[in-house]
Ligand binder design. Structure first.
Ligand code: SAM
Length: 204
């Protein structure tokens, strides 16, 4: 099963991933600025969904967000817990987050849906919407391209998403799009970030 492949592939390379990419200083200044600005808007508890070795979780906590980290890969959860023992990390699946309805003010999903087969992504977006309170926000980072198609990621197969297609799925899952941005850094795949707000229930 694809999710088992993701778990095994990252599990085998969790220490290497942490060494290479497990620091916000290895990320771009634009991403740090975007996530800092988003952090300032989050009200209530947040979740770093697909937190890897926990660097963005710790960054959010440093910026005043009450945040936990969740990841599919036990090796990442162990590494994150050892690196940031003051924070809570747990093993979990984006498809079933084990969070109460409307419990969260914010979710960061930074490159964590890229390994999910495209047909399963709407289910994850729906799970994010379920966990967020109305007005709560999702910041989603992903690799973008003109078509929804697989690419050879260094760890395990990942998928490009056109921004419009991802925005369409977000709206279908119960979000309003606040902002989207794209950029291509030299030597990197095209990047997209979408900030989305969980819609308020409509009066019936
Ligand atoms: C490219 S890494 C990004 C990690 C981190 N967010 C970052 O920005 O460095 C993808 C992460 O998503 C996690 N992931 C992928 N599918 C997942 C799922 N279904 N449930 C929970 N975590 C998942 C992987 O284990 C991995 O840690």
């Amino acid at each position: 099963m694809a999710i088992e492949r993701v778990r095994r592939s990252y599990g085998a390379r969790a220490a290497e991933y942490t060494e290479l990419l497990g620091s916000v200083n290895a990320m771009t200044a634009e991403d740090r600025q975007l996530i800092t600005a988003w952090a300032a808007t989050v009200r209530g508890r947040a979740l770093d969904a697909g937190c890897g070795p926990g660097h963005w979780t710790a960054f959010l906590a440093e910026h005043g967000v009450a945040v936990d980290g969740v990841d599919l890969v036990p090796e990442f959860v162990a590494i994150a817990t050892a690196r940031f023992p003051h924070l809570r990390f747990r093993v979990g699946d984006l498809e079933a987050l084990e969070v109460a309805d409307d419990a969260l003010g914010g979710i960061l999903s930074w490159y964590s849906v890229i390994h999910t087969e495209p047909e399963r992504v709407p289910g994850i977006l729906g799970e994010f919407a379920r966990c967020l309170r109305p007005g709560g926000t999702l910041l989603l980072g992903f690799a973008t391209g003109p078509r929804s198609e697989p690419f050879d990621h260094a760890v395990v197969t990942a998928y490009f998403w056109p921004v419009d297609a991802m925005a369409h799925e977000l709206v279908g899952a119960g979000f309003e799009i606040v902002e989207s941005r794209t950029r291509t850094d030299p030597g990197s795949r095209p990047h997209a970030a979408i900030l989305a707000r969980r819609s308020e229930p409509t009066a019936s």
